[in-house]
Design a binder for this molecule. Structure first.
Ligand code: PGA
Length: 237
């Protein structure tokens, strides 16, 4: 399995000029790498950036019509986008995305031929209450409900284990705990690539690949610095 390293820029940077600068800097520094590297900028910049594999941070589950503000899988495909992140915890939290909506989005994306990075993870409270495995299983079962009826390659689906308490906090999940969670996910969904995300930095990134069995990383904050992101990419080699 080829490792998959994903840069999730979230709602950054604040201008097209800065987005191009960051993107070109990552592109120039990349060199030959064995991993698959995907950059996910905000929608508005997607069609303006060329030369690296791109992903969107969300998708809507209808093809077109009266859905003000939304972007469809067909639209993403038409501007050359390969990947889409679905079910990120920030979308679940700030935009009230339910497992059912996420499931519709995943089915639509896979059906359109997009590659999906499906995010799951428990909150601090669920972690403290030892509900992690119940939460992960529930998110996976509901999120992937019915996908067996679709025609798609399993390589087109990756699951990102992102403990909510580890995102943007500097409090990354331990390698041992990540390994257990990854094994749990792989048992539920055989042959899928499982990524780790949550405060990934170049000083911890390599361990997740080498010691926790992750098939890649979903990198937020650290992907906004080209040098740091390249170090993370290289740590997975
Ligand atoms: P972080 O974000 O690397 O800033 O913790 C990861 C993510 O939200 O995907």
């Amino acid at each position: 399995m080829q490792n998959l390293i994903v840069a999730n820029w979230k709602m950054n940077p604040v201008s097209l000029e800065e987005a191009k600068k960051l993107f070109n800097s990552i592109k120039e520094k990349m060199g030959d790498v064995k991993s698959e590297v995907v950059v996910c900028p905000p929608f508005i910049y997607l069609a303006e950036l060329k030369g690296l594999t791109l992903g969107a941070q969300d998708i809507f589950y209808e093809e077109k019509g009266a859905f003000t503000g939304e972007v469809s899988g067909e639209m993403l495909k038409s501007v050359g986008i390969d990947y889409v992140i679905i079910g990120h915890s920030e979308r679940r939290k700030y935009f009230s995305e339910t497992d059912e909506v996420i499931n519709e989005k995943i089915k639509k994306a896979l059906g359109t031929g997009l590659k999906v990075i499906f995010c799951i993870g428990e909150t601090q409270e669920q972690h403290d209450n030892e509900e992690k495995y119940k939460v992960l299983e529930n998110q996976i079962k509901k999120g992937l409900d019915g996908i067996e009826n679709l025609k798609f390659k399993i390589e087109n689906l990756a699951i990102a284990y992102e403990p909510v308490w580890a995102i943007g906090t500097g409090n990354n999940c331990s390698v041992d705990e990540t390994k257990e969670s990854i094994n749990f996910i792989k048992n539920l969904v055989p042959n899928v690539r499982v990524l780790y995300g949550g405060s990934v930095k170049s000083k911890n990134s390599g361990e997740y690949i080498k010691n926790a069995g992750a098939n890649g990383l979903l990198v937020g904050g650290a992907s906004l610095n080209a040098e740091e992101f390249i170090k993370i990419v290289k740590s997975a080699e």
